[in-house]
Design a protein around this ligand. Structure first.
Ligand SMILES: [Zn+2]
Length: 171
């Protein structure tokens, strides 16, 4: 029988464990930072940002949008595990750019039930990063909202471009 992808992952894990040594780390991220990013397969956060095991929390979803559940994770990250900085990362070529809220309506027509969640699609990456920064900064649950920065990762160059939270010129 052909191996499923999950079987391959389990085999890879057995290999991994043969050379793994307990780093003896605490659960609190060493660099006290939480990174909220899109789940996109082309975005290797640790490699792209020079992060090591234990350095940060990585919180990912479709689009890297700041939803209630992201706020839940950030709240636990800051209040329970000592992070202070928040980095938000969207990226070029994101799947959310192809979708609209119409997707929600199509789902409802197909399955007879409206999802409780918003699609959180966007057409303007920079503007969505700004909105995400604003959602984090205005959350009443977070302890630290003074170091919140947002970026767009270019999947072709590997470079981050920082988004100015105030810049709304031409919009
Ligand atoms: Zn994406």
């Amino acid at each position: 029988m052909a191996k499923s992808v999950t079987d391959e992952l389990v085999s890879a894990n057995q290999q991994y464990a043969t050379t793994f040594t307990d780093p003896g780390m605490d659960a609190r991220p060493v660099r006290k930072v939480a990174i909220v990013a899109c789940m996109d397969a082309r975005l290797d956060l640790h490699a792209a940002l020079g992060l090591d095991l234990g350095d940060c929390h990585t919180i990912r979803n479709a689009g890297g949008v700041v939803t209630e559940d992201i706020i839940r994770s950030l709240t636990i990250s800051q209040r329970g595990l000592g992070t202070r900085s928040v980095v938000l990362i969207h990226h070029t070529g994101c799947g959310l750019l192809q979708l609209t809220e119409e997707f929600r309506h199509e789902l409802e027509l197909e399955v007879g039930q409206k999802p409780s969640w918003a699609v959180e699609s966007f057409t303007d990456l920079d503007q969505d990063v700004r909105q995400s920064m604003a959602r984090v900064r205005t959350s009443p649950f977070l302890l630290h909202t003074d170091d919140v920065r947002g970026f767009v990762f270019d999947v072709t160059s590997g470079l981050l471009r920082e988004i100015d939270p105030q810049d709304t010129a031409g919009r």
